[in-house]
Design a binder for this molecule. Sequence first.
Ligand SMILES: Cc1cc2nc3c(=O)[nH]c(=O)nc-3n(C[C@H](O)[C@H](O)[C@H](O)COP(=O)(O)OP(=O)(O)OC[C@H]3O[C@@H](n4cnc5c(N)ncnc54)[C@H](O)[C@@H]3O)c2cc1C
Length: 527
Amino acid sequence: MDATQVLIVGAGPVGLTLALDLAQRGVRATLVERNPTSIQLPKMERCNARTMEIFRRLGIAENVRNAGLPREAPMDVFLADSMAAREALVHLPYPSVAAAKAAIAANNDGRPLEPYQLISQYTLEPLLRSIAETRSELTIRFSCEMTSFVEDEAGITATLATDTGSERIRAAYIVGCDGGSSTVRKQLGIALAGQGHIRKLRQALFYAPDLYERIPMGKGRHYHIATAPIFPFIIIQDSTKHWTLHAAAESDAEAVEIFRGALAMDVPFETLSVNEWTQHLLCADHYRAGRAFIAGDAAHLVIPTGGLGMNTGTGDAIDLSWKLAASLAGWGGPALLDSYETERRQIGLRNVRASGAAMDGRTTWRAAASRAEMAVAFDAEQRKVTEILGIECGYRYVDSAILCAEDGPAPDPDNRAYVPTTWPGFRLPHVWLDDRTALHDRLGFGYTLLQLGHAPADTSAFERELRATGAPLDVLRVPDATARTLYERDLVLVRPDLHVAWRGNAPPDDPRGVAATVTGRSLVLQR
Ligand SMILES: Cc1cc2nc3c(=O)[nH]c(=O)nc-3n(C[C@H](O)[C@H](O)[C@H](O)COP(=O)(O)OP(=O)(O)OC[C@H]3O[C@@H](n4cnc5c(N)ncnc54)[C@H](O)[C@@H]3O)c2cc1C
């Protein structure tokens, strides 16, 4: 029987991100995918800033950008009567990747290190797969379906169905990144709660090579057509020659006619695919049972308005990855794996809420009585979809047993605007150092104790206690004034996933207790 450390079920973007992060940490993983090839459908189109930061840490951000929408392409959003309209009813300008990168380089105000990137799911998945296949720690198997698994004290045994028959594989842990109909979730008997089957839509993919150059109102990524009752929604894909339409069409043929009508100009196009999909706002009751975990769409299903589907899933992947690695390496205490559900389910629930709010906004402007009212409502409501950096990057883990909580009023984690902070549980904000390198790029894959300012305290006792847990620790002196201002304290302990575990202006009074808490060993210590 084959054996691996972690069995990942599903080679969608979440399973592949988890596999790459585990490999980076030296964990052996086998990833099984029931389909013979990666996805052929566009589905998601935008990696948000947080996902791009994650890809940067994996060393693949530039690969993703090179495969995605050209860097100079604007990301503007329009409401217009048709694609042929000379003037938009509303035009919301958003910077191209090149412009956003220039703004990030020119400012040191804690904004995320990477901007978004438009890349179609049918481009991203094969790219991630091709990179994963180069990692010696990973075994990637397509046409290989996980049909069931059993757990015992030492691990799990899964049954796999392949073209040549059935086989079994042994692993210490299994992670279901197997999408909305997750076999792993169903086998664990975990229910989804919320609103299911809200409405059905069709997504159609077209090849229209001349369209991009012929849109009179200007180049962008989203075009909402103000025609009731369908309100066709047209999205550019990464090649700039492919386009998708989202609309409540009754048939595939009707979807094509809606696209033709929305163009309102004589431009050649070829229909490549039409698919029906269903909107849900659901979150799983649990993310873990014993040695089994679920992540990505297996754990939460959102309406893609707001782009919080895959982007929430990549966050799950990197929260879980280091905890699995720590448990396998022996230094991670029991609270570490327990904290995965505490930390990520609250984000799943929050992002389900945020995407519901984004969808309500869309419903609001579509219900407007006049063109003028629609334009005003669109201007306000559409920003709930496109201006949510706080939701994307400003999330905080609340009531997590592996964080050293602070008293006092914490920054609002539901703020749509991003406010950089090192409050425990938040992602460490990006800061440029005086030598123009990014602090994020200096952080390794273990814990990092940042000593900020000019007169760092003696942290040797704290370091000793942290190292005594067996956890990898770097200590980084950062005298740069901007970093001290942005990071709000003299000492900040950063976790392997770049979330803040503890902070203070002096070493903790109980360094052993803090070390035990952040490594999930508090209970071990109490025994
Ligand atoms: C129209 C549309 C637009 C979207 N736009 C965005 C967007 O802009 N941004 C965003 O973040 N999200 C977006 N999403 C959501 C995004 O597509 C999903 O959130 C994302 O695909 C989830 O990734 P995943 O890896 O969790 O699951 P999936 O992509 O569903 O992958 C699961 C994989 O598991 C495999 N599998 C299932 N069961 C088994 C088994 N038993 N054994 C082996 N393999 C198995 C499946 O074949 C599949 O390949 C959009 C979705 C839709 C439908």
